[in-house]
Design a binder for this molecule. Structure first.
Ligand code: FHN
Length: 594
């Protein structure tokens, strides 16, 4: 990996862009992580299964016949269930239709290479036999067998790497640990947290990493108020017991081995660090009987190929039902993904990421030797154009059939002639065999159809706010600006649109996103200036965003007289925030106008 020779013929697009930085808790020392070879298998494999299973799975989103909002595994907190009552769920945990071997087989047949399972989620219940705390599957349930032992055996049988999820900060059923704010004796306290770490969390992590042989990953989550030395205590313990283990970034305080993106969020620009996207198949992680928002297999194949193109791993979740069986909706989708992987897996395994740092709207590129794989998930009618690939293309063909694809050049655009219908409606791979290692122009450039798309995530961002699902998050005060340098190939008059989205709380996927309008902004394009109000003149479906639509505000027109490099700035003059969303700019779009 990391062999790409990036021909940075135009480097201005790289300058001062806000490469996605995730929450403070979740950053890593990139050099430290990349200097070790223990990440090698993880970078090569790219595709894993996440399993959320526990006592909460039995509730299916209901408590005492009442439907509870939010993600399923949070029912304990969202329904404010007293700890003693919640613990009674252990009495009915019989797992009568659970087949752990079948979970692992499903992962294998879907093309996944590693599996991460919730050994203990925020509720504090352990799926393994713990000697230090009896709220565990062996001591507290009629099932009474160690599910993690079964899981490890199954993963080994199918040659899958093994990952343990462990909620190190939140433990809602242990006094003094993090997260319980509804059952008083269980509230976080400084001494209580220390006691929890010493008496439960650290000893349980030691049990997990000592009793089951070689473990490949430990997946910590929601570090909350943990101090650096507390994060380090988990890290050091893990590395002490399992020197080659990969530790997830959500161990907190920048000390993990890689970055976990925010749940269900994929970057718009290729990060230069190791990252993984944990993703749900519907809106919840643990099973909820009323959550019918199943993503299509095609959507998930977009996420998988796009993640690989952006140099990241895709961790796709299943939430078995309370009896242990896997929802048929998940099985069906994984079958489609597995069938696709049987034909196309070379575009994922051991493939380098895209030589382009910016994303494409039709899918993503992965790369191996002299082959570029164009993984096309959003089929463009008749032709696809790529700006800035400098190499000679010796051969172009569909990976699945071997049929040739015609290519031509229009200036710096490589143009592929494509049939009207996608050969594979989920994801069609075109292979470009090129001369030498890819050399590309990284400019943020006008599309061949004339539009200029300036994504917030690609801006020089001095607002002090990060992006969330591609939009500036909680920009509440009119300070700072977004600025882009971009390349124009076809000069002319352009309509200027500012596109905003809502702010979505992922723990409550069914609640509508918060959105504010009525902001006053100034747009400066080179020496021209227009002022206007960012509101909702119309809405548009947001590509690949299942939680938001685009609110499009028309700001006026500008004229760009010459092709070449130009500069645009968006400055906020007033910001409305009555809905606590602020000015959530997703992009500025320039649309050719007569
Ligand atoms: O709170 C958890 C949530 O329940 C789930 O486990 C996800 C998976 O990434 N992690 C936390 C929220 O980010």
């Amino acid at each position: 990996m990391h062999k790409i020779v990036l021909g940075l013929l135009v480097v201005f697009a790289l300058m001062a862009c806000n490469i996605p930085q995730k929450s403070q808790d979740n950053k890593v020392d990139v050099e430290a992580s990349q200097s070790t070879d223990k990440m090698e298998w993880w970078r090569n494999d790219r595709f894993g299964m996440f399993i959320h299973f526990g006592l909460y799975s039995q509730c299916e989103g209901y408590w005492k016949d009442e439907s509870i909002g939010g993600i399923g595994e949070w029912i304990f907190k969202h329904a404010k269930i007293p700890v003693d009552e919640y613990k009674e769920l252990a009495n009915t945990f019989t797992c009568e239709n659970m087949d752990v071997d079948a979970w692992a087989k499903l992962a294998k047949e879907s093309g996944m290479k590693y599996v991460v399972i919730t050994t203990k989620h925020h509720d504090g219940f352990a799926l393994f036999h713990s000697k230090v705390n009896d709220f565990n599957v062996v001591d507290a349930t009629p099932y009474s067998k160690d599910i993690i032992a079964e899981f490890v055996e199954a993963c080994r049988k199918y040659d899958l790497k093994i990952g343990f999820y462990y909620s190190q900060y939140q433990d809602w059923s242990y006094q003094g640990a993090g997260g319980n704010n509804w059952d008083k004796p269980y509230a976080w306290s400084k001494e209580g947290f220390k006691n929890y770490m010493d008496e439960k969390a650290l000893p349980q992590v030691r049990e997990l990493l000592t009793n089951y042989g070689k473990i490949d990953m430990i997946w910590f989550d929601t570090p909350g108020k943990m101090k650096k030395e507390e994060s380090e205590a988990f890290l050091n313990l893990a590395k002490d017991v399992q020197p080659k283990i990969i530790v997830s970034g959500r161990v907190g305080n920048d000390v993990g081995d890689y970055v976990q993106m925010e749940d269900n969020d994929l970057p718009k620009r290729r990060p230069d660090f190791d990252w993984e996207a944990p993703v749900t198949m519907n809106h919840t992680w643990a099973y909820k009987r009323d959550d019918h928002h199943w993503k299509s297999a095609g959507y998930m194949l977009w996420q998988l190929t796009y993640s690989a193109a952006m140099g990241g791993n895709y961790l796709l979740n299943i939430g078995p039902k309370g009896d242990g069986s896997v929802p048929q909706e998940s099985v069906n989708r994984l079958k489609v993904i597995g069938d696709w992987m049987k034909v196309n897996s070379e575009v994922i395994y051991e493939a380098d990421p895209s030589p382009f740092v910016n994303a494409f709207n039709w899918g993503g590129i992965t790369h191996k030797g002299n082959k570029l794989y164009l993984n096309i998930t959003d089929w463009p009618k008749r032709q696809l154009s790529i700006f800035g690939l400098q190499n000679k293309v010796n051969k172009a063909y569909f990976l699945a059939s071997g049929d040739a694809v015609e290519t031509s050049r229009e200036g710096e655009y490589l143009v592929l002639a494509l049939p009207d219908e996608a050969p594979d409606r989920n994801a069609t791979v075109v292979v470009l065999e090129i001369e030498g290692e890819p050399i590309v122009n990284q400019a943020l450039v006008q599309k061949l159809d004339g539009q200029i798309i300036l994504e917030s995530e690609l801006a020089e961002n001095t607002t002090g706010r990060m992006t969330h699902f591609g939009s500036v998050k909680k920009w509440m005060k009119p300070k700072g600006k977004l600025a882009w340098d971009f390349e124009v190939t076809q000069a002319g008059k352009f309509k200027v649109e500012v596109i905003t989205t809502g702010f979505k709380r992922m723990a409550w996927p069914e609640k509508p996103a918060l959105w504010d309008g009525g902001h006053k902004v100034k747009i400066v394009v080179d020496e021209q200036e227009i002022k206007g109000e960012v509101d909702k003149d119309r809405t548009e479906k947001a590509p690949h965003d299942l939680y938001n639509d685009f609110k499009v505000a028309e700001m006026g027109t500008v004229t760009i007289k010459e092709a070449g490099r130009h500069h645009l700035e968006l400055v906020a003059e007033t910001i409305e925030n009555s809905n606590k969303a602020g000015l959530a700019v997703r992009m500025v779009r320039l649309v050719p106008s007569k």
